[in-house]
Design a protein around this ligand. Structure first.
Ligand code: MG
Length: 303
């Protein structure tokens, strides 16, 4: 079954329960170079997102007021919020992951591994126990466009985990070409990681891999969860029912936890990332190339 209208491509009847047919895809702001890293702060009722090449983080309030939150931003890419409501960011410019404290100061969470600088942390997620997971591809050091050109010091492009008590960094997954977005299932027993290596090598499959974790947080099994048929997967989020919503060239692809693609929300610009938010948590904010969009859905974030 395939139904196409201006916004939705419904490929499985289960998708109908997740979308609001009359909802509008609203372009909230535009005129940026490359938007990424959306994160919603419920306490403040606002969205932050990165405009990476312009080296700034933008702030968008619930009544659509746009302003600069931080400039220069050290070429921040992915952002998330930890369980205390603090901003956690991946900084290409300093090749680090940082946390912004309530007083505005920044704490470096990770900037090296085995005595060598990280590549350019891309996207980050925080578990309920405080463990911070992030990806470390090389996009931010390939040129001066969204960071500072440099030779990689790391042997691999890893998925790292920062141990919550000790702050120790551990390479958990070491076999990606370019690991990018990452998200946990609601029970945190499955970690999804996007492979975006096709950006520079067409031989690399555009897939989302799923990693099953044991109770200690160690990876036990690895499988290909889904493929992206238009462009590549970058940022991703999981909703409260465990459905995975991934960025793609033609919009957002929604996958059931069993890996079936349920449908798409079609967006007129290439999508880099998304997050759930809004006053009731039932909106998806979409960073798509030069613009930020939102659309109401019939689900909300897993956390
Ligand atoms: Mg990314």
């Amino acid at each position: 079954m395939i139904h196409v209208d201006s916004i939705y491509k419904i490929e499985d009847p289960r998708f109908r329960a997740l979308i609001q047919p009359s909802a509008q895809l609203r372009k909230l702001a535009t005129g940026f170079e490359w938007t990424e890293g959306p994160v919603w702060f419920a306490d403040h009722q606002l969205l932050l997102f990165s405009d990476i090449p312009s080296e700034r983080i933008m702030r968008l309030t619930v009544d659509d007021q746009l302003s600069v939150f931080r400039r220069p931003s050290d070429y921040i890419n992915g952002n998330t919020s930890d369980r205390a409501g603090r901003l956690v960011s991946c900084q290409h410019g300093t090749r680090s992951v940082t946390r912004t404290e309530p007083n505005g100061s920044r704490t470096v969470i990770a900037d090296s591994y085995k005595g060598k600088r990280l590549n350019s942390p891309n996207d980050v997620v925080v578990q309920s126990n405080g463990a911070i997971w992030f990806t470390d591809p090389t996009y931010g050091i390939l040129s001066d466009y969204e960071g500072y050109k440099a030779e990689p010091e790391q042997e691999a492009h890893n998925v790292f985990r920062v141990e919550p008590q000790t702050g120790e960094l551990e390479a958990m997954i070491t076999d990606f070409v370019q690991p990018n977005g990452l998200a946990f299932s609601p029970d945190e027993r499955t970690l999804y990681v996007a492979e975006s290596g096709s950006s520079h090598n067409a031989e690399v499959p555009s897939v989302i891999r799923a990693f099953d974790l044991d109770e200690e947080g160690h990876i036990r099994r690895d499988r290909v969860f889904a493929s992206i048929d238009k462009g590549l997967p970058d940022g991703m989020r999981v909703d409260a029912d465990g459905n995975l919503w991934s960025s793609a060239a033609d919009g957002i692809h929604c996958f059931h936890p069993d890996g079936t693609r349920l449908g798409k929300i079609l967006v007129p610009e290439t999508v880099a990332n998304l997050c759930f938010g809004g006053p009731r948590g039932n909106r998806i904010f979409i960073t798509a190339t030069t613009s930020v969009y939102s659309i109401a859905v019939c689900t909300r974030s897993a956390v």
